[in-house]
Write a protein that binds this ligand. Structure first.
Ligand code: BMA
Length: 327
């Protein structure tokens, strides 16, 4: 059995037991979606978002596509990790001098609890999509690092601690559109601004469900025998793309090395809120909370680029499944 290390006990953890007779690796929350359309003025859809524990409740950075379709990032608050209130105004980022920095769009945030602060990583605009990083202590002031990545790149997520004295980031270099370039890389940095020593971690196309591309999802979960990484994988069908959720386990001391790659998806769009919406057949995970003593995992995912939904599993159940179905 794998154990969570460096994890915490999370009080008031969002949880629902596995339905009787269900034998898949992950089960959905019965009251999904947890965020419906038009949750706040000027926002038509909230999805692909990242809640984290904060104080005696939860906070998060949420992707809100506005009524003109342009995505921006919003702070959201919750007592129970299920019912969220989204702030009315999008996050305003400042640079290290305290000056406002604005870009045309921001989407798909990940929030990394790191020592006594939080890092936010998202897809930002720099002559096309690329990765931005900001730091916050209080979810009120967000200080943005000075363009750490070149375009084009998406799906960046930083490990929750330094490994061998370096910050580590998974990302997915790409082009400016929805085409291939779908492999996951690992990069290192001493200071979060300068990144290098890039390594390929996992490539697309190892199974049909991820034939077109793969991308890292939530913050990697540290286990005693590796890093558990939920990913999304994209298949190309005659009727459009299908986004499923999968998983990798990376080596603990050198996460550029793949230990296990689950050949099956863990979850694929099946429920109506996943198959019908702004972009049908998309499930896209951006946050996984783990309660260290019980090994319970709450996985937040965007559904059909329209809703925010929640699913559950445990470390034992999902790791056993990945190992059993690994190539
Ligand atoms: C990807 C990203 C995601 C989105 C997905 C499906 O390229 O833009 O934000 O959920 O496409 O539309």
């Amino acid at each position: 059995m794998s154990k969570v290390v460096n994890g915490k006990e999370i009080k008031n953890f969002p949880w629902e037991e596995c339905p009787q007779g269900f034998d898949g690796p992950i089960w959905r929350y019965s009251k999904n979606p947890i965020i419906d359309r038009h949750p706040v003025e000027n926002v038509s859809r909230v999805f692909n978002s990242a809640p984290v524990p904060f104080g005696d409740g939860y906070i998060g950075v949420f992707r809100g596509d506005n009524v003109d379709d342009i995505p921006h990032l919003y702070v959201g608050h919750s007592k129970d990790g299920i019912h969220f209130e989204i702030e009315k105004e999008p996050i305003k980022f400042v640079n290290e001098k305290g000056e406002n920095v604005e870009t045309g769009y921001q989407y798909d945030p990940r929030v990394i609890p790191f020592e006594d602060y939080f890092l936010i990583v998202w897809c930002d605009e720099l002559c096309g999509p690329t990765i931005s990083i900001a730091k916050t202590y209080d979810f009120k002031k967000f200080v943005k690092f000075d363009n750490p990545f070149l375009p084009y790149n998406r799906n960046g997520v930083i490990f929750p601690r330094k490994v061998n004295d370096k910050f580590l980031m998974l990302s997915r270099p790409s082009d400016s559109g929805h085409t291939a370039f779908g492999d996951i890389f690992l990069s290192e940095s001493k200071d979060l601004t300068y990144w290098g020593r890039h390594r390929v971690v996992a490539t697309k196309g190892y199974e049909w469900w991820c034939a077109l591309k793969i991308g890292a999802g939530p913050v990697p979960i540290e286990l005693d025998d590796g890093w558990l990484v939920f990913i999304h994988g994209v298949n190309r069908t005659c009727n459009g793309y299908v986004y499923s959720i999968g998983a990798l386990i990376l080596e603990k001391d050198d996460p550029s090395k793949l230990k296990y790659r689950c050949k099956n998806f863990l979850m694929t769009p099946e429920e109506s809120y996943e198959t019908t919406g702004f972009v049908p057949n998309v499930i896209f995970p951006c946050s996984a909370l783990v309660d260290a003593p019980t090994g319970r995992i709450a996985l937040y995912y965007g559904a059909s680029d329209t809703y925010t939904a929640l699913a559950f599993t445990t470390v034992d159940r999902v790791v056993e499944y990945i190992k059993k179905h690994s190539r």
